[in-house]
Write a protein that binds this ligand. Structure first.
Ligand code: SF4
Length: 311
């Protein structure tokens, strides 16, 4: 059996529910744009504006970034024929205020660091072919750190992924994160579209790119007294209103040459599973109720649920 799609996106590989991957391929998702999706898109577009304009010191830049981000998100959703949920419409102002406060911290805390690196690209399309299967994705932000500003190594290529999730990832979770591993492999042997005129090309000196999960919500200050390690690895008591250490915002993974084989195997195993038509529904107990495929997803009782099309 072959795959019903011409290329596999990292979303297809890393979805917590393979059943949803199949339903997405079959076009069976409700066209809803829930809060989590919209918030992530607006925050990402606002950060992108800052990197592309490089206006880190411009006082008006955050306002422009937010305007751009909202318009861009609406345009992207329209192109995808998605509609905002009622919850997004109702909480729009609060959501934008929250994103703006995070953006301000992004500019204040990370802007001076980013300003010392070389910007490579935002929302960069990338692709890689393995065993005849084309993998594709977009990376949120790529920079080259010639001066070792972030401390991962002089001249390192750093791939940042902007994440807005409730929970910050554990080391154990990140170590198994197939999306990050795929990005690392793509930097080694794939191709990236940095400039339209140049087409897809390999990234220079990207054999050991540094992957960083940038946990946007942790740019918000502490809301209560917290004792934890600071960036000098010393125990520190943070008061309500203090900003969090960078180590709680920038979460990294480390791969070595020997991991290449494991990553390839994990990706190809997932592909074989999909090719065999194996899309098991294995939702976690509390992770299934807001899925846009819920109306089409087989289930075994008939209790009306919130997501039912006629429910
Ligand atoms: S409703 Fe639950 S099981 Fe079905 S596709 Fe969505 S997350 Fe997966």
């Amino acid at each position: 059996m072959s795959l019903p799609v011409s290329e596999l996106h990292t979303t297809d590989l890393t979805d917590s529910c393979p059943q949803r991957v199949l339903l997405r391929w079959e076009g069976k998702l409700l066209p809803h744009a829930p809060t989590a999706l919209v918030r992530g898109m607006v925050a990402g577009s606002a950060c992108r504006f800052m990197h592309e304009s490089m206006a880190w010191d411009n006082e008006e830049a955050p306002d422009h970034a937010m305007d751009y981000a909202w318009k861009q998100t609406m345009q992207d959703l329209e192109e995808d024929q998605r509609i905002l949920t009622e919850a997004v419409e109702k909480n729009k102002d609060a959501m934008l205020k929250e994103i703006r406060s995070v953006l301000d911290q992004y500019i204040t805390r990370l802007g001076p660091l980013f300003a010392k690196t070389e910007f490579v690209g935002c929302e960069t399309p990338c692709t890689m072919t393995m065993d005849g299967v084309k993998f594709a994705s977009h990376t949120d932000l790529i920079v080259r750190d010639s001066g070792n500003t972030f401390g991962y190594g002089k001249g390192k290529l750093i791939i940042f992924d902007w994440k807005w999730r409730q929970e910050s990832p554990s080391k154990a979770y990140l170590a198994r994160n197939l999306q990050f591993a795929t990005y690392w492999l793509m930097a080694r042997r794939g191709e990236f579209l940095i400039e339209d005129w140049a087409g897809y090309t390999p990234l220079p000196d990207a054999d050991n790119a540094q992957l960083v999960w940038l946990h946007l919500p942790n740019l918000k200050p502490y809301t209560r007294k917290t004792i934890t390690y600071n960036d000098d690895k010393e125990q520190h008591e943070y008061k309500k209103g203090d900003v969090r250490p960078l180590r709680s915002i920038l979460k990294t993974t480390q791969y070595t040459d020997t991991d290449t084989k494991h990553i390839e195997q994990a990706l190809l195993r997932r592909v074989s599973m999909y090719k065999a038509g194996f899309f098991p529904a294995t939702p976690e107990p509390n992770k299934c109720s807001l899925c846009e495929a819920e109306s089409f997803c087989p289930r075994f009782d008939t209790t009306p649920l919130e997501g039912d099309a006629n429910g």
